[in-house]
Design a protein around this ligand. Structure first.
Ligand SMILES: *[C@@H]1O[C@H](CO)[C@@H](O)[C@H](O)[C@H]1NC(C)=O
Ligand SMILES: *[C@@H]1O[C@H](CO)[C@@H](O)[C@H](O)[C@H]1NC(C)=O
Ligand SMILES: *[C@@H]1O[C@H](CO)[C@@H](O)[C@H](O)[C@H]1NC(C)=O
Ligand SMILES: *[C@@H]1O[C@H](CO)[C@@H](O)[C@H](O)[C@H]1NC(C)=O
Ligand SMILES: *[C@@H]1O[C@H](CO)[C@@H](O)[C@H](O)[C@H]1NC(C)=O
Ligand SMILES: *[C@@H]1O[C@H](CO)[C@@H](O)[C@H](O)[C@H]1NC(C)=O
Length: 512
């Protein structure tokens, strides 16, 4: 698209020179620093053209938000384009301004030092096409069309400038070759047309830059508008996700404290049960000494130890299973919630990125569509947050397991009381000084108690397994309830996001 011309400035030795005002010659020349048009005043427009363009881009921070990949590339390209014009292209005009009026060096040196500047300007102009292509991906065709025209104007005018400079330098060299410097050698060798044309081409460049300033302003403002939209929604999304995680953390704490409280209750209950039974041992002691009751009393003594160990063991099994199960319940619910989020976020993002893209291309209806549907995207994020919270609180309430704890504690309480009562019942039948018939009855009663203890402990063990199984089932049911709740929420939100996409698309084309 852009073709750099070859600029031929005849190389001349840099010698000592007379301090000269115009084109390095010690003479005033028409249309260089005086009359209208003149090269100097045209070239001096570079100051305001540069500051206008810099003003249009100054302070523009290209924000690096998710979903703005092409917006980032386009924003950076816009900054580069302006930078290359205000620096590389405009350096040529600055050079011309100095050559037109300064007297620091011999003309050969002054013109010679412009060669590299012109080369850099054309490298920049060559690259402008690629930069405009990048900007195009995020801006309206109107804006990219305007960019292209301004750049074409600049390129054509710069080509002309380099041609006229070349001619001018040859004319200056001819003046110097003529020997005496005078108004007549100047008018014989330097054609006013060269200077008119040079001044005119310079004006085309600065005029195009003024036009470019307006286009750059409008592109920048659309890019910023899009970034603001993305930024505000990405903040909302971050807040929604953090809030879901806080709920999750609260839920985790709830589970942990529930586990601690359940474990405390069970160990308290088992402790009291064991205590009740142990308290009977001192009363059993005398019967262990008596010849009639000795055998069964000793059996009971050892049955009491076995029973107490069994109660503690079962309570521990229950406690451990409870901990494992409730932790699994938490991780199951957490995994489901996080999976939901993973599925939903890209759906919301896609609506959001479409909206941001609309804002950046600055379509006619962009701001209407933003005000109509922008809030709906924020609502989707907030709905996700609220509904996931509800799924946790309503369907994963660990309070549902409370009844299993009470039941289990009741089993322990009943069984241990039965044992203690039964032992006391046997011992209340008489004492070691009772007659042998009564003592035989006590002995029999104690041996039946031993059998009963075994039976009760088998029952406790079965009850423990049952309650553990019930907690397992309840945990599973809890996770399934959270899953079902999440799935319903998910479908609802995806459907809303999809219909929002449709509405947004139609808004973008029809403003409806
Ligand atoms: C100016 O640039 C051209 C093309 O790059 C080159 O041929 C010429 O020698 C250069 N002249 C000076 C004075 O450096
Ligand atoms: C951007 O996306 C990545 C990956 O999807 C995510 O980890 C990150 O949190 C997002 N950043 C913001 C600010 O949304
Ligand atoms: C000129 O554009 C190039 C990319 O084509 C970029 O890397 C460079 O930074 C720009 N120069 C300025 C001064 O902005
Ligand atoms: C032309 O501009 C370049 C880059 O700013 C500078 O190094 C050089 O001295 C300038 N030459 C003249 C004659 O102003
Ligand atoms: C939320 O918690 C999950 C783990 O449950 C973690 O992977 C994710 O990074 C957290 N998200 C935020 C936004 O903190
Ligand atoms: C009764 O049982 C306890 C605990 O097993 C034991 O330490 C104690 O020696 C037993 N008493 C007798 C008299 O065997």
């Amino acid at each position: 698209m852009w073709i750099a011309p070859i600029v031929v400035l005849i190389p001349l030795l840099c010698g000592l020179s007379n301090a000269s005002p115009d084109l390095g010659l010690d003479i005033s020349i028409d249309y260089v620093t005086q009359n209208n048009p003149n090269v100097l005043s045209s070239a001096n427009m570079v100051g305001s053209a540069t500051s206008d363009l810099q003003g249009a881009i100054g302070g523009y921070q290209v924000s690096r938000l998710n979903g703005s990949t092409s917006l980032i590339a386009s924003g950076e390209a816009l900054v580069s384009l302006v930078g290359n014009i205000t620096l590389n292209v405009n350096d040529v005009l600055r050079n011309i301004s100095i050559v037109a009026s300064n007297r620091q060096n011999a003309p050969s040196c002054m013109f010679g030092s412009m060669n590299a500047t012109i080369d850099r300007a054309f490298v920049a102009i060559d690259q402008a096409g690629a930069l405009i292509t990048l900007i195009k991906t995020s801006t309206s065709s109107q804006n990219s069309g305007a960019l292209t025209s301004w750049m074409q104007m600049i390129q054509t005018a710069m080509t002309d400038i380099s041609t006229y400079l070349d001619t001018l330098y040859k004319e200056v060299a001819a003046v110097m070759a003529a020997g005496t410097l005078s108004a007549s050698t100047v008018s014989a060798n330097i054609k006013p047309a060269t200077l008119f044309n040079l001044a005119g081409s310079i004006s085309v460049v600065t005029t195009a830059e003024k036009g470019l300033t307006t286009t750059v302003r409008s592109i920048r403002s659309a890019f910023e508008q899009a970034s603001n939209v993305l930024n505000s929604y990405s903040n909302d999304m971050t807040n929604a996700l953090n809030s879901v995680n806080n709920t999750q953390r609260d839920y985790y704490n709830q589970v942990v404290s529930r586990i601690n409280s359940y474990q405390g209750k069970v160990s308290w209950e088992a402790g009291w049960g064991v205590n009740d039974i142990v308290n009977t041992v001192s009363r059993v002691n005398p019967f262990m000494q008596d010849s009639v009751t000795r055998t069964t009393a000793l059996q009971l003594n050892s049955s009491i130890s076995t029973t107490n160990i069994a109660i503690q063991t079962n309570a521990n099994i229950w406690s451990t299973s409870l901990q494992t199960q409730m932790t699994l319940l938490y991780t199951g619910a957490e995994a489901f919630v996080q999976n939901n989020i993973k599925a939903l976020v890209p759906v919301f993002d896609s609506s959001l990125f479409k909206l941001a893209a609309t804002m950046s291309v600055g379509g006619t209806y962009a701001s209407n569509c933003q005000s109509r549907y922008g809030g709906a995207i924020a609502n989707l994020e907030n709905n996700m947050r609220d509904q996931l919270q509800r799924c946790f609180n309503d369907y994963a309430n660990t309070g549902y397991t409370d009844s299993f704890i009470s039941e289990y504690n009741m089993v322990i309480r009943e069984q241990t009381r039965t044992i203690a009562n039964r032992i006391n019942f046997c011992l209340n039948l008489g004492s070691t000084s009772s007659n042998s018939v009564i003592k035989a009855g006590i002995a029999k009663c104690l041996s039946e108690t031993v059998i009963m203890n075994d039976a009760l402990m088998k029952d406790v063990s079965i009850q423990t397994k049952l309650v553990v199984a019930m907690v397992n089932l309840e945990s599973l049911a809890t996770v399934q309830r959270v899953e079902a709740c999440g799935a319903i929420m998910n479908h609802g939100l995806v459907a809303k996001a999809t219909s929002l996409d449709t509405l947004l698309a139609s808004c973008q084309t029809t403003n409806q």
